[in-house]
Ligand binder design. Structure first.
Ligand SMILES: [Cu+2]
Length: 273
């Protein structure tokens, strides 16, 4: 059973273990290595088999939950003590505080959308960008240039929304929790954080920045918090079934082979501290 902690609460050993496992996965030849995760996110950013699996659809939250779990399991193959940390961006709002310290994610890019200059992922020798939407071979960030981080009251405002999602099950959905979290409706938590970090995080190949996984871990934590209020059962997920081109509760999240229903109750696999 894993316990996912805030990046701000990690010990020095936990930080170095996490960084080392990420680098080992990056260096792995073939298989589901780090770049496999980048490529998979790029592929499933688009419509596949007439379905929007990963984005702008109800399966945004289950798809990324499974994606994070697969990444976490891949890291545990190198070190079973590693659990994904989360970045609570409503509380940790500094470009130089957790998780953007030199012993974890490193800091900002230079001069606005430039290469990251500090920490374990600075420069192409430390962290080569090889699967990308752009030609840059070094990790880039442009923190604070675009928009603002969501606040605690933004987060709290979604927790009272009892409906998971509504038709047309897309970025145009005019109600429901999912679109408020993902980005089609205010407070648009998820999208604002991608834009605020900027650089690779604001691109389709955003998992090139390991901060992606800390951000999405926090999104998963907020969904879990919502589920704690409203229920972990399949009846809380909409649509239940028979909606064309939408991943219904008993349909498979490609390419993982897991169904939506199998992702809903994570409490037997990991919990959030
Ligand atoms: Cu995202």
């Amino acid at each position: 059973m894993g316990t996912r902690k805030s990046a701000a609460a990690l010990t020095a050993t936990e930080k170095s273990n996490f960084v080392a496992a990420l680098k080992a996965l990056k260096a792995q030849a073939g298989g589901r290595n780090y770049d496999w995760f980048v490529r998979t996110h790029m592929t499933y950013f688009n419509v596949v088999n007439n379905h929007r699996y990963a984005h702008m659809s109800p399966s945004f939250l289950p798809w990324h939950r499974q994606y994070l779990l697969e990444l976490e399991n891949a890291l545990k193959a190198f070190n079973p003590a590693v659990d994904l940390p989360y970045w609570n961006w409503a509380a940790n709002r500094s470009t130089t505080g957790a998780p953007f310290t030199s012993d974890l994610m490193g800091g900002n890019g230079s001069g606005g959308n430039g290469p990251v200059v500090s920490g374990p992922f600075a420069g192409s020798a430390n962290w080569p960008i090889t699967v990308s939407a752009t030609s840059s071979t070094s990790l880039r960030r442009a923190m604070t240039l675009r928009g603002s981080l969501p606040t605690t009251s933004d987060v709290d405002s979604i927790m009272g929304t009892s409906t998971y999602d509504v038709a047309p099950w897309s970025s145009a959905s005019s109600g429901g929790m999912r679109n408020r979290v993902e980005g089609g409706l205010t407070p648009a938590l998820h999208g604002r954080v991608h834009n605020w970090v900027g650089g690779h995080m604001a691109q389709v190949d955003s998992p090139n920045d390991p901060a992606f996984f800390l951000h999405h871990c926090n999104i998963d934590r907020l969904w879990s918090r919502w589920q704690t209020s409203w229920g972990f059962g399949a009846s809380r997920y909409q649509p239940g079934g028979n909606v064309a081109n939408v991943v219904d509760v008993n349909e498979v999240l490609e390419p993982f082979g897991a169904t939506v229903a199998s992702t809903l109750d994570h409490r037997g696999i990991y919990t959030y501290a």
